[in-house]
Design a protein around this ligand. Sequence first.
Ligand code: NAP
Length: 549
Amino acid sequence: MPDASRSPAHPARQLDVAIVGGGLAGLYAIHRLRGLGLKVRAYEAGSGIGGTWFWNRYPGARCDVESLEYSYSFSNELQQEWKWPERYGTQPEILKYINHVADRFDLRRDVQLNTRIKSAVFDDKANEWTLRTTDGEEIRVRYCVMAAGNLSTPRVPDFKGLKNFKGKWYHSGLWPHEGVDFSGLRVGVIGTGSSGVQMIPIIASQAKHLHVFQRTANFSLPARNGPMEPERERRHKAEYPARRAAAAETPFAIAGHAKPTKSALDVPVEERNKAYESKWQEGGSISYLYAYTDLLVNKESNDTASEFVRNKIRTMVEDPTTAELLAPKDHPIGTKRLCLDTNYYETYNRDNVTLVDVRSDPIQEITAKGVRTNGTEVELDAIVFATGFDAMTGALREIDVRTTDGAVLADHWAGGPLTYLGLMVSGFPNMFVVTGPGSPGVKTQMIASIEQHVDWIADAIDHLHKHQLDRIAPNADAESEWVNHVNAVADSTLYPLANSWYVGANIPGKPRVFMPYVGGFDRYKKRCDEVSAGGYPGFSLSRHEATVA
Ligand code: NAP
């Protein structure tokens, strides 16, 4: 039973809802739940709001969903008035937008910065959660909303010798606020996922020499970024509400891409290549993967799209050996997160850039001078880890989540994360998760998923209150059924063929379980809507006498 007297410096704060995280999800949760008249507060580890967009300040950091799509839809005035300068938002621009939203909707007063939640314990008798911060503060609440992000736990591989390195090192997700000037330096970038692919061309243009350490080649398509076209913006804004509604009827929660009607194998080669070429010229990833009905479910169809991009790489990269190393052959296109870039492949034509294949010759250690593989030691002044995150479960794994009944989230998830609808976990009442495992979040326009999840959570809490109830928890059966469904859907696609963070493959020892729901935002939302409209089948709703504040 939580006891405030154990931390006399901080008497327990009593609220209706504690929100873990002050990023796009946490901020919208404040807005939405406050609208229900609830006393809420978000706890944010960073010294500023913005989550992903606060931390990931590496050179070239930019969203690869178009800015007119990647924005909140809950206020039409906001979406009409905000002006995005470019087709894709840069990290500073998105952070500026988030800060604008926080001020415009007066959200800051309910965000506590520099505060990391270290544990969350549900007291079954009191029917309340007690969260504790690393500073010893206690927060007692009826509901807990975990909005801590799914790519928010940066991971530096456990390379031997890192502490001996005499130069400076950085991780993409923990970038110094003052920026880093690589001019005149010998730089190594380890990792060629979305972060690496964005930063490599920019670091190459500054550094004396750049070595890129690549373990797995990734597919990347041209972003074709540019200044926002006024006519495009005008048209989009004129249709905004209709476009948002149309987006909710699509798998990626992004409107404006004609639904494919044919298999890639049902069209002649020339026609197919013409279609791929047109998507390549258009830029963006959704359009390319949505060219045919079966690119993510039929290997033979996917091969045509993969080979088209491999051939593009072969024409863009002058050195044939480097081109072959950059041309991905170990996974079908789209089954790892497809990257978008500006001049990524062309960067390898520069004299000051060297690609090091650490698949065939893995990194053995970081030395005082640089990076050593079996074959060679590369001397460096700076190392950049673009090595990703403990995705989807990392942020929750860092919090000791348990109940007085003896349930421990880390144990419950030992074999892989279990959730019902990605929103709640059996045995952990009144704890909601935003865009976590079992949710389609990471496979969609993330802000659409955030809004949909938070709206569902707010409706559930409202439903409880209207029926004089105060507890909701998913049933174990419903949770198992959902997890089986998530896996069955994934197994009907090509996704499991890739060693991606979707299956935890980048974290040694993490159970290999497919975590996101890839059945599509449209299908998922329909299911969530049916559950709330149907009185929450699969959940137990009940009343407990104890009250918080
Ligand atoms: P990531 O996709 O997980 O890529 C990590 C890279 O580091 C991979 O190339 C990985 O190789 C490599 N790596 C990891 N451990 C290694 C080791 N021990 N030795 C050598 N190489 C190693 O991480 P990320 O690029 O930060 O992106 C994560 C996700 O964040 C993206 O998929 C995307 O969802 C999101 N993101 C989005 C944007 C955007 O919207 N533009 C930008 C950045 C990130 P392997 O593939 O062999 O594991």
